[in-house]
Design a protein around this ligand. Sequence first.
Ligand code: G3P
Ligand code: MG
Length: 239
Amino acid sequence: MIASRLIAHRGCAKLAPENTLAAMNLTQKLGVDWVEIDANLMADGSVVIFHDDTLDRLTDHSGELKSLSYSDVADVDIGSHFSAVFKDERILTLEAMLDVLAKQEMGLNLEIKRYEHFAPTDIVNPTITAIEQCWKDFDRLIISSFDHEILKLIYQAKPDWQLGQLWEALPDDWQKRVDAIQAVSVHLDHTLLTPPQARAIKDAGLDLYVYTVNDVNEATRLFDMGVDGIFTDDPTIFR
Ligand code: G3P
Ligand code: MG
């Protein structure tokens, strides 16, 4: 099942601060019904929606997630780096974000990050628990990761959940890897995808999504190549 032609990357990251409630609300307002967000792990085991392994790029604090607990960052402003209008945006836990997206009836591509400060199981176990508690519509959930071990663990625990394997460029042994986790989709860097690769992925019966496309002509080229959907920071350019 194709998720959507347009998936709001980090929730329209060009139009609102990435991975925030404001970005999710804007995505919904724009009529885009799928969003991609990043799950990350903190020192106390909290899974949070945050792309980086440090606070530096997105806040006026510094520090690594590996040495911080959720209570340390709960009041940190993650909106002002984008615009003062968003000064009240805060890091959401995975549970809180899932609740918001479920109420919005949004389709979700949850990308699970893998940083060196944690092992795959450390993030997989609480992520599965949160999803079990907060999510109902599993046709509207795809879990992806660059980390094959993370996806394997989820597949072993939840063989029915839809998984997407993320890569920058398609590796030679891609078919073996997607088979090992019964992936429904492959997610690739759009600049590295070749037409024969796109054909091979589609011939294998997989859905094909590419990141991050913020140009209409490039999107047209990719759709013509057989790509099913694109991650974009700005869905308004496709109107
Ligand atoms: O899931 C697609 C894309 O988000 C992967 O890269 O760094 O934007 O999380 P990144
Ligand atoms: Mg991502």
